[in-house]
Design a protein around this ligand. Structure first.
Ligand code: HEC
Length: 121
């Protein structure tokens, strides 16, 4: 009986963990691409360009196959929110694209937008 109860507790614990990780993934997803368009146009376009190919050296081409948009929503969310510099890169992506007024939802929205607009795979 005790073993059964322990098993049940473990199963419940696992289900809780699963639910927690699902809601965590949800934190970075669920953006609205339509709303993301104005975020992109006001904050990101200067460096990333209207075509997503980058306007200055060191900026990744969003339209490249197997490029940065193959990363998960969570990773892109973190890198946009906190800023990001890949090893050996001579130019960093500034935190929130240098616009501290952007909310987490703005970041989710702009991720949905760049995926919809530029992702090739
Ligand atoms: C001042 C120029 C600049 C602005 C403004 C800017 N970025 Fe970037 N971004 C960069 C650079 C440079 C990199 C590449 C950094 C590296 O790889 O070291 C980058 C990388 C990225 C990446 C790839 C991250 C990864 O994990 O590889 C994404 C996604 C991105 N930017 C989205 C955005 C969004 C969305 C905005 C607007 C909110 C924005 N950027 C604004 C310069 C900029």
């Amino acid at each position: 009986m005790d073993i059964l109860r322990a098993g049940l507790a473990a199963a419940v614990g696992l289900a809780g963990l699963l639910a927690a990780s699902i809601s965590l993934a949800g934190e970075a997803s669920g953006g609205d691409a339509e709303k993301g368009e104005s975020v992109y146009g006001s904050t990101c376009v200067a460096c990333h360009g209207a075509k997503g190919k980058g306007t200055i050296p060191g900026v990744p081409d969003f339209t490249k196959k197997k490029g940065v948009l193959t990363k998960s929503d969570q990773e892109l969310f973190d890198n946009i929110k906190n800023g990001f510099q890949s090893p050996g890169s001579f130019m960093a992506m500034p935190s929130l694209g240098g616009n501290p007024d952007l909310t987490d939802q703005d970041v989710r929205n702009v991720i949905a937008y760049i995926r919809q607009k530029f992702a090739k795979d």
